[in-house]
Design a protein around this ligand. Sequence first.
Ligand code: FAD
Length: 458
Amino acid sequence: MITVTRPRILVVGAGFAGVGCVRRLERRLSPDEAEITLVTPSSYQLYLPLLPQVASGVLTPQSIAVSLRRSRRYRTRIIPGGAIGVDLAAKVCVVRTITDRTVNEPYDYIVLAPGSVTRTFDIPGLTDNAFGMKTLAEAAYLRDHVISQLDLADASQDPDERAARLQFVVVGGGYAGTETAACLQMLTHNAVKRYPRLDPRLIKWHLIDIAPRLMPELGEKLGSDAQKILGRRGIEISLGVSIAKAGPEEVTFTDGRVVPTRTLIWTAGVVASPLIGTLGAETVRGRLAVNAEMNLPGHDGVFALGDAAAVPDVAKDEEGAVCPPTAQHAMRQGKVVADNVIAALREQPLRPYKHKDLGLVVDLGGRDAVSKPIGIELKGLPAMAVARGYHWSALRTNVAKTRVMTNWLLNAVAGDDFVRTGFQSRSPAKLKDSEFVHAYLTPEQLRAQVGAAAEGDG
Ligand SMILES: Cc1cc2nc3c(=O)[nH]c(=O)nc-3n(C[C@H](O)[C@H](O)[C@H](O)COP(=O)(O)OP(=O)(O)OC[C@H]3O[C@@H](n4cnc5c(N)ncnc54)[C@H](O)[C@@H]3O)c2cc1C
């Protein structure tokens, strides 16, 4: 009997890029043309741009965790785990499953879309004391943590402790940090009304960034409009400043200020997933250097995209320009990469990725927002409508759309109850606990893992 094996397509990561690719492959390939496998630690695609709204309680965590299995054409085999190394020569991806088993997954075509992790620097105490804002668990934890600071400050008889618990520091003036600071400040501003013993004037939010401007991607005018809106709401913005050291009860700024606080939120950019480093291939500031077809030069079956890859931005005239790490690019690249995998499989020519940036939308909580869709500068309610309309239409399933819309309506009508779930209260959730950046294999470990399996087969 002759067994015909189908080509194996392995997609790593179920974010905007990976899911965009898998859905297109399912739609455009017949089941007997190829076997599609997806490696992902979670069973959902996280709609990251709405994460600050989960932290601030406007949305429930489930509303932005879009199911991977709710799709009419769903047929992909999903391996619950994370890729911890890729051996390009042997065409093997090493996966650690969620039960901590290490398995070798051979492939014919691999699509690398593991996204990014929070960028940290060698600042004393940072990873032990700062919270991140990149995963659903971090957002849910942060919400609980902020509400618990109000609870503890309310109960405390010590004025110093009370003041420290009511100070919050967010590092990172990009859109992620600015939205996080704005949405959480709105949370404490609204919640404090339920704490009649607390003086609202004691609540202080600091937003700091080493750059000279907030959200430079938005341009000078909108960046300064956002700064004014936040300033009016009492958020103290310090530019040209970072942190020198972080402790459990205080943070030292690089300008010498020491801020007593129990809440340091670190959102100072992202770097490509450490998985990319295990390939031993060329990178551009940590992102895998691919061509405009998102193919790794010299490796026909290897593709990479999204935050993990430096995809040339051919829509820009600048030489060496690469697409910024945004969902807008990642989801569109996912579709083109799927078409290119199919083209490679059918021995047809690949097509380059080209997309002209549609601009940015920034939700600052309540009715505050700034946005620049297709170059038009907006603020206030029109900006809010564009921001919410854009995110709503980009959600992949109708169920997710309904959940998000229902949450928005409910929040607008009934507000928030500021309830602390307590699920996370005794488990650590600082940067070092949340992103598993040390799980990846060194080149020697990778060789040993793939070599041992090959010997076992021989
Ligand atoms: C708070 C916040 C707000 C944002 N707001 C916006 C916005 O308004 N507009 C916008 O365009 N962009 C925004 N972004 C950026 C945007 O979310 C990212 O650029 C986008 O998610 C990148 O898509 P991706 O598929 O490359 O990575 P991701 O969406 O991060 O997906 C990566 C996936 O890979 C999985 N993974 C990670 N490591 C492994 C591994 N080793 N093995 C297997 N799977 C792995 C992860 O669990 C995840 O599911 C925001 C980001 C944040 C954090």
